[in-house]
Design a binder for this molecule. Structure first.
Ligand SMILES: *Cc1c(COP(=O)(O)O)cnc(C)c1O
Length: 354
């Protein structure tokens, strides 16, 4: 690990760790005692700091608020049985963060700022990494434009922050999802492959509309024809059709998920046939009708694998197989959890021990 960054540390004199209740912790609401911050000014990264977690004073004119130059990442740190802390595949999140940055005309973040900033934050807040089964410390790097100017152009100054929040088990019933054919999440030439704040903003209204119709989540389709399945909410979506694991190939409109990549690697390694290609709505519906679709699930860092129990398309609702009977997705999720929790050999070198 590169260890070159000078980080100024201001310890929190009013820590909340001892008084924080870790059981039944709501996702992303309770932050650790510290945060890492850095600034991009005059063409360079500077002011590397660990600060007590809390408000940052800013002008309401900062361009992130007006023109949406904001990106983020999400990854998790786990407590291993020997007490070590491991961050899962941080190199992939670092890489994707800079792909997102470049697409919306932001400077890239140097590796040592991302990695050493994160390691320093985790180290000072080590006590916040839960040791209970199915708990982890969720890390949220975010970068946003801070020029105080209403001129429409790429900002010249940015702030990079890493927040950390302990998370518990993500119990959720199998989802009832709607194949969305009016609204879209991404389009050709757009920013769908980047983890930008705006991608989330545009999805909120369609999501709320689907909830009004009784759905838990959406399956997005392509903006040109609505004939191809893209993602499910803010997660990638996978299917088992005729015994093969099928998912949309990574493209301009698909977020290149780390969980997606991890599950594909594990599936191939255990001899499961995997197809990364265009997935049609028609084949999914046909599979739901004739029973050749045996599994459907959403995959992402927050929940790992979330089963899909029912799929709505047009005015039809299709009931899928019993979520508890799904061998491939349940098996892959177990294997992934065992590796990142240090209970199985890290044979792909995914765990970064802090
Ligand atoms: C973050 C995200 C995912 C999941 O990516 P992971 O790296 O697995 O957490 C999938 N789709 C979208 C749109 C996302 O924003």
């Amino acid at each position: 690990m590169i260890d070159t960054l000078q980080i100024k540390i201001t310890e929190n004199t009013n820590p909340r760790l001892a008084t924080t209740e870790f059981t039944d912790i709501p996702f992303g609401k309770i932050f650790t005692d510290h945060m890492f911050t850095a600034d991009f000014e005059d063409g360079e990264w500077k002011n590397f700091q660990i600060l007590p977690y809390g408000p940052i004073q800013m002008s309401p004119a900062i361009s992130a608020l007006h023109y949406g130059q904001a990106i983020f990442e999400g990854l998790k740190a786990y407590r291993l049985p020997n007490g070590d802390i491991s961050v899962f595949r941080a190199d992939k999140n670092f890489e994707r963060f800079n792909i997102s940055a470049t697409r919306i005309a932001m400077p890239t973040v140097p590796e040592e700022v991302f990695m050493q900033g994160m390691a320093t934050l985790i180290n000072i807040d080590r006590g916040w990494v839960p040791s209970q089964e199915n708990y982890s410390l969720y890390l949220r790097p975010v970068m946003f434009a801070t020029d105080t100017s209403l001129g429409v152009r790429a900002s010249a100054s940015y702030k990079f922050v890493i927040l950390a929040t302990p998370t518990g088990p993500y119990y959720t019933n199998a989802l009832k999802v709607k194949i969305e054919t009016k609204y879209t999440r991404a389009n050709e030439g757009g920013v769908g492959f980047a983890k930008t704040a705006g991608n989330y903003a545009r999805s909120l209204y369609p999501f709320a509309e689907a909830q009004k119709e009784g759905y838990d989540q959406l399956i997005w389709t392509d903006s040109a024809t609505h004939q191809y399945v893209e993602e499910s909410g803010a997660a990638n979506v996978m299917f088992v059709l005729n015994g093969k694991l099928i998912t949309a190939a990574v493209s301009e409109t698909i977020l290149n998920g780390v969980t997606r990549d991890t599950l594909i690697t594990l599936a191939k390694d255990s001899g499961i046939a995997v197809e990364e290609r265009k997935v049609t709505v028609a084949e999914i519906i046909k599979g739901a009708q004739d029973g050749s679709l045996t599994e459907a699930f959403a995959v992402g860092t927050a929940a790992t694998v979330t089963q899909i129990g029912e799929i709505g398309f047009g005015d039809q609702l299709y009931q899928l197989s019993d979520p508890n009977s799904r061998k491939i997705s349940i098996g892959l999720a177990k294997e992934l959890n065992a590796i990142r929790n240090g209970l199985a050999e890290d044979r792909f070198g995914w765990n970064w021990i802090i």
